[in-house]
Design a protein around this ligand. Structure first.
Ligand SMILES: Cc1cc2nc3c(=O)[nH]c(=O)nc-3n(C[C@H](O)[C@H](O)[C@H](O)COP(=O)(O)OP(=O)(O)OC[C@H]3O[C@@H](n4cnc5c(N)ncnc54)[C@H](O)[C@@H]3O)c2cc1C
Length: 441
């Protein structure tokens, strides 16, 4: 049995940040990780020399971002890509109408103005909404007040629906009204042409990380914590547990005693989403020049409504789209070719039958991944934003939950994971420490 000051469960960004800060403070720390790699939901595929971020891609706003600071300290190059928050107009976007024709600049401007009108009014409506109100109810309330034709209202209605799906991987009527409150973006957004996984790899340098160790049991008491894996038991004064919400809810890891109500109740109100990425590489660019994204309105866009042009990252013509919410559920179990055919049918509608077939397709399956069980957590009806922080309530002075879902300000992000790891380390040490220590040396 290994004896440590702290055992950290999970080598994602939350766990690695916590471990690094504790080690820097002179603690003995072991990180126990089920997968054969670090990074968790930050994962870069490098097959054939192509760089594909299968998990996180974006820093959603680099101003005052600790992830941006870490990436800069680790020498990670970035590419500006400020459309990651489903903005309607942050950068040039080619909008297509329901019949597949590109909106004129003035039609696009009116459409975007309508979206901003609803967004501005939503702030007060959400603040006054009932505890179990859905995002659908609050948007409907605002859209219903506008003197718009049904057609005009439908376009805006579907924008908000797609934004809920793409930002949270959830259907708009299943997302709590406050579920998109935290979505402000400060500064440019960036992506990583060399792969986001450089971040966890740098964070892991010099740490004692035990890969391939699937945790099945976590015991805790006043005397400390014992973490059981098939390869052995790790005992420590405290445990930091960064398991994703879906893994915590699955029962795959037994807690003894069970998680107390202060933590179990908020956990029950969060849910793992349905959100997958679809990357399509082509021999040539056939879509609109000089746009960051392509969006299509109307019924044909029910599943495939947005494509992001990643060509600027590596020079190879590449579009990224998302199977988000209902599309992810509807395509579950499909082969990659079936998904590609379905996406291509929509691209052919916009760009003609003679566009080239993709030369390579990558489709993620985070939902089927037993160590993630989805891409990230969202607030289902009845949840409040405080549920995130409540999930990290220290348990018996011994157990600390961390991870993206435990951070209220900006959950579902790498930033949240990193800051939650910092908070867990501070709680273990019982004092404040500077987060920059995680990338200082
Ligand atoms: C498709 C996708 C797109 C995303 N896009 C973005 C984005 O653009 N920007 C952004 O900021 N965020 C994005 N995210 C979210 C971001 O990736 C996560 O919020 C963040 O990486 C979570 O880090 P974490 O440390 O909390 O959890 P994880 O990275 O999941 O780490 C938890 C670790 O626990 C391990 N584990 C699980 N079960 C066990 C077990 N039984 N025993 C031992 N170990 C176990 C896991 O393998 C994992 O390594 C995206 C995520 C996905 C999947």
């Amino acid at each position: 049995m290994g004896e440590f000051d702290t055992v950290v469960v999970g080598a994602g960004v939350a766990g690695l940040t916590a471990a690094r800060l504790l080690r820097r403070a002179g603690r003995s720390v072991v990180v126990v990780e089920a997968r054969g790699r670090v990074g968790g939901r930050v994962h870069t595929d490098r097959t054939d020399g192509r760089i594909t971020d299968l998990g996180a891609s974006w820093i959603h706003g680099i101003t005052d971002s600790p992830v941006a600071a870490a990436a800069s300290a680790f020498g990670m190059p970035t590419t500006e890509f400020t459309v990651g928050g489903y903005q309607p107009d942050s950068r040039p976007i080619a909008h297509y109408d329901p019949s597949g024709h590109r909106l004129s600049p003035s039609a696009a401007a009116s459409y975007v103005t309508d979206i901003h009108t609803v967004d501005a009014a939503l702030v007060d409506v959400i603040a006054a909404s009932a505890p179990r109100a859905s995002y659908l109810e609050v948007t409907e309330e605002v859209i219903g007040r506008q003197p718009w034709t049904p057609e005009r209202a439908d376009r805006v209605r579907e924008y908000f629906s797609h934004r809920a799906e793409e930002q949270y991987g959830a259907a708009i009527d299943d997302l709590a009204a406050h579920g998109l409150d935290d979505d402000a973006i400060d500064g440019d957004e960036v992506v990583f042409p060399d792969g986001y996984d450089r971040l966890p790899h740098h964070l892991a340098e010099g740490l004692d990380v035990r890969l391939g160790h699937v945790v099945t049991r976590i015991e805790w008491s006043g005397a400390g914590a014992r973490v059981t894996t098939a390869q052995g038991i790790f005992a420590a004064r405290e445990a930091i547990v960064t398991l994703p919400v879906g893994v915590l809810q699955s029962g795959d890891v037994a807690f003894d005693p069970e998680l107390p109500d202060e933590v179990a109740a908020p956990l029950s109100r969060l849910r793992m989403n349905s959100f997958e990425k679809v990357f399509l590489r082509f021999p040539s660019v056939f879509w609109d020049d000089d746009v960051y994204a392509i969006r299509q309105q109307g019924a044909e866009g029910a599943w495939w409504h947005s494509w992001y042009d990643l060509t600027r990252l590596h020079g190879e013509p590449t579009l990224l789209t998302f199977a988000a919410g209902p599309a992810a559920i509807g395509t579950r179990g499909w082969t990659d070719d079936e998904v590609a055919d379905s996406v291509m049918a929509q691209l052919r509608r916009l760009y003609g039958d003679d566009i080239p077939a993709p030369t390579r397709v990558d489709v993620t399956a985070w939902h089927d991944d037993p160590f993630a069980r989805g891409s990230y957590a969202y607030m289902t009806l009845g949840s409040t934003t405080d549920d995130h922080d409540a999930l990290a309530t220290p348990i018996g002075g011994v157990l600390h939950l961390a991870g993206e879902a435990t951070w209220t300000d900006d959950p579902a992000t790498v930033t949240a994971a990193l800051l939650s790891g910092h908070r867990a380390a501070e709680r273990v040490l019982g004092r404040e420490i500077d987060v920059t220590g995680a990338w200082a040396d």
